[in-house]
Each structure stands twice: as C-alpha cells, then as structure tokens.
Ligand binder design. Structure first.
Ligand code: PLP
Length: 408
C-alpha cells in the first residue's frame, strides 16, 4: 500500500468555514422561516461589471473562429494583460516593473499557497496572528510547521496583531526566513502605514528575509498615505514578492484571475556560497506545473483597466465601502470597539462582556439570524473578536445593522 505524506495528517481538520457552514445549516434546518444574513465569508455579491462581460463575450466568439482561436497560452500570462498591469497598477504609482516580473494566474490563493515551495524545507516562517489560514496550512503541508500545541505550531513564528500594538506586528524575536504580510489585512481590516511597511522592508533587508506580501484588498484603500504596493518602498524589490487578485477588486471570485510579482532583483541563498533568482525559479515552477489562466479570463481582466471598466469597478467598490462605513458607524454607536473597515471590506469587532468569539457567533446566529466569522478561527490573537464583511447588498447590510441594534 502506498503511504501518505504525513504532513497532510497534521492539518487541523476543522476548517473554519466548514464549521460555520455546519452551524448555519443546522440553524436553517431548525428555523426554516428565518432568513439568515451572512456577514461571514468574504465573497463578493455584486455581478461582474458590464465592461468585463462584454470582453468575455468577444473573447468567447474569438475562440469559435478558426483564425482567432487560441490554444495553450504563455504560462506567465498574455502580454496584453501584463502590460496593462505594469502600466496601471504600478507605473502610475511610480513603480517600474518589467512584464516578465509579472506572473498571471488563476488566483492569489493558489499562488500564495504554492510560493513556499521555492524555499528550503527547514525555512522558518513568520505569520501575523490572526492570519489568513492559507499561509499556515500550505507550510504545514510542506513540513515546515513542527508540532501543534495550544493551537500554535512549534516552528512557526507568530506576530500578534492586537489593539495594544494598533494591529501592527512587532519584529520577531527569532529571525524568520519568510514573512507573510497581508495588507489591507484579512481578517482585521487594518493597514500598515508607509513608515511601518518601510520598517518591515528594512528589517527584511537587514536580516535576509523574504516578505510574501498579499495585497488582495489593495483596491479598498481610501486613505491617502497608505501604500498600495510594497514596491512603493525603496529596496522592496530585493526582498518582497507581491500577490494581487482581481477577485475582490473586480468581482472575479468565480471567474478566477490574479497575478504575482516576482522582481528579478530578488535573490535567495542557493544553500552554498551563491544565490538564485526567485523570478527564474517561479518561472520554472509555473512552466512545469501550470498551463496558464484562460485566454477569455485574461481578456476579461484586461477590460478592468479600460476607462469604462475602471469607472464600473470603482462604483462597485464604493458600494462595498459604503456598507463598511455603515457597519463601522453603527457598531461604534452601539458601543462596540471597532477596527478596520476604512481601507478594507472587513470590520474587526471586539465582542462584548468577555464573551469568546464562538460564543458571540452563536448568539448572533441564534438571536439575530446573523452570520459573522469568529476571530478565534484566524489564530489565538483573534479570540475575543469577530470579523464582519461589507460584501453584502446595502439592503442586507442595513437589515443586519437593524437586527444587531435589536440584539444589543
Ligand atoms: N488573499 C487573501 C488575503 C484573501 O482574503 C483571499 C480571499 O479571500 C485570497 C488571497 C484569495 O484570492 P483569490 O480569489 O485570487 O484566490
């Protein structure tokens, strides 16, 4: 009999969203006439913008035309998309990238989960706590986690993000090799100021670490001096990889398109006396294991950068931002301590009366038919908080606020 990769057996089986789904299903079965409103899972609810739909139709027609049909595309993405990314996501912010530093893919989740493959097995990984679970679980699968004790892995360095440090992680006592940073943050909805991000870039340069910077929520930044890209910080191109996604920016959660920036200046030790380029290695890895994001999807992503596409996505994002403001304001008025929600679609709510986060989740579900995400599911520093998302419709968000008021 073949033998399993034992790292997979270490994974904690109760995945957060599966637990939530189980509880919600049980509630719905017991209360068939109550309408449940979800402020839980971070999926978008607005349809794709018309500019994207039009580009999809056109690309589909091309695929049925023998003269325009496209088969396998470049593993790294088509030039037409990499060029507009380079121009509109980076050049306008003063960041110069070459097209071959951009790798288009079918999602930031796979990219951020797969990227760790390029690092040595014994690399030390640091994550913020609370954390988007993919960073941790992908390293558990790779055998880098050590053993679990009191809900934390022995070989993972946790950087608490709590109200006492304004949700800005302190530098770790133990030097890590890889540091996952996600800003605007999921789940706390908080951001790093330019000075704080600069501090992390300087730390990584000093200590020889690589920052894996997930900026999937960059489009939600509203405040002027919050960096949209880590490459706005001098020297970051030598220490950082950046992950971006069209999922939340343009409603692509079901369509699937994202990209990863791996600068050619970024090198890590070859384990002997030399160094290797992460750009070259990621290219090699993608060419072996990935066959490219579909042509029609890349044409759809290209349309996001058209004048019409930009105006349509800005309208959609503004709608989610209004929901976030409504939720934030109402929860503050109700006396909750509220964080995030200004530069992100997530609101991080301190639960009252020393309730634990699953206890508050149960209370919201049972008494108000509302679904939130218990902060404890994102790490031990998430205990005592819940995450609310602004991705619902305005009507549902208003109804959720009304129910929350009645409960409080
Ligand atoms: N990164 C973060 C921080 C996320 O919260 C999510 C989705 O919730 C993703 C990445 C996934 O992005 P994608 O849909 O492109 O796979």
């Amino acid at each position: 009999m073949a033998t399993v990769n034992s790292n997979f057996l270490k994974l904690q089986s109760n995945y957060l969203f599966a637990d939530i789904a189980r509880k919600v299903t049980a509630f719905k079965n017991a209360n068939p006439d109550r309408r449940v409103i979800s402020l839980g899972i971070g999926d978008v609810t607005r349809p794709l913008p018309p500019a994207v739909i039009q580009a999809l139709h056109k690309a589909v027609d091309e695929m049925g035309d023998a003269t325009l049909f496209r088969g396998y595309g470049p593993e790294q993405g088509y030039a037409f998309l990499r060029d507009v990314i380079m121009q509109y996501d980076y050049k306008v912010r003063g960041v110069t990238l070459a097209p071959d530093e951009i790798f288009v893919s079918d999602g930031a989740k796979p990219d951020v989960g797969n990227f760790q493959e390029l690092f040595a097995q014994d690399s030390i990984v640091a994550v913020t706590d609370p954390v988007y679970p993919v960073y941790v679980d992908s390293n558990v699968m790779a055998g880098r986690s050590g053993e679990i004790k009191d809900s934390q892995w022995s070989r993972i360095v946790y950087l608490p993000c709590i109200k006492e440090n304004d949700f800005v992680p302190d530098f770790p006592a133990v030097r890590p090799d890889m540091i996952y940073l996600c800003y605007p943050n999921n789940p706390t909805g908080t951001v790093l100021s330019r000075a704080a991000l600069q501090g992390w870039v300087e730390y990584a340069r000093r200590e020889g670490c690589v920052i894996l910077y997930d900026s999937a929520y960059e489009a939600f930044i509203t405040e002027a001096d919050i960096p949209h890209s880590i490459y706005e910080i001098d020297g970051a191109e030598e220490v950082a990889v950046e992950f971006r996604s069209f999922s939340k920016t343009a409603g692509f959660t079901g369509l699937r398109c994202a990209y990863t920036v791996v600068p050619k200046a970024l090198r890590i030790s070859d384990g002997k006396s030399g160094s290797v380029s992460l750009n070259a290695l990621w290219n090699r890895r993608q060419c072996t294991k990935y066959n490219g994001c579909p042509y029609i999807v890349q044409r759809a992503a290209e349309a996001v950068y058209s004048e019409r596409g930009q105006s349509e996505i800005m309208g959609i994002i503004a709608g989610y931002q209004r929901n976030a403001t409504m939720l934030r304001t109402a929860a503050s008025e109700m006396g909750f301590a509220v964080y995030g929600g200004v530069n992100a679609p997530y609101i991080w709510l301190r639960v009252p009366d020393n309730t634990d986060s699953w206890g508050f989740f149960d209370r919201l579900l049972q008494q108000a038919g509302l679904v939130c995400t218990p902060g404890a599911g994102f790490g031990i520093s998430g205990e005592g908080y819940v995450r609310l998302t602004a991705f619902g419709s305005p009507e549902d968000t208003e109804e959720a606020i009304h129910r929350l008021r009645s409960l409080c």
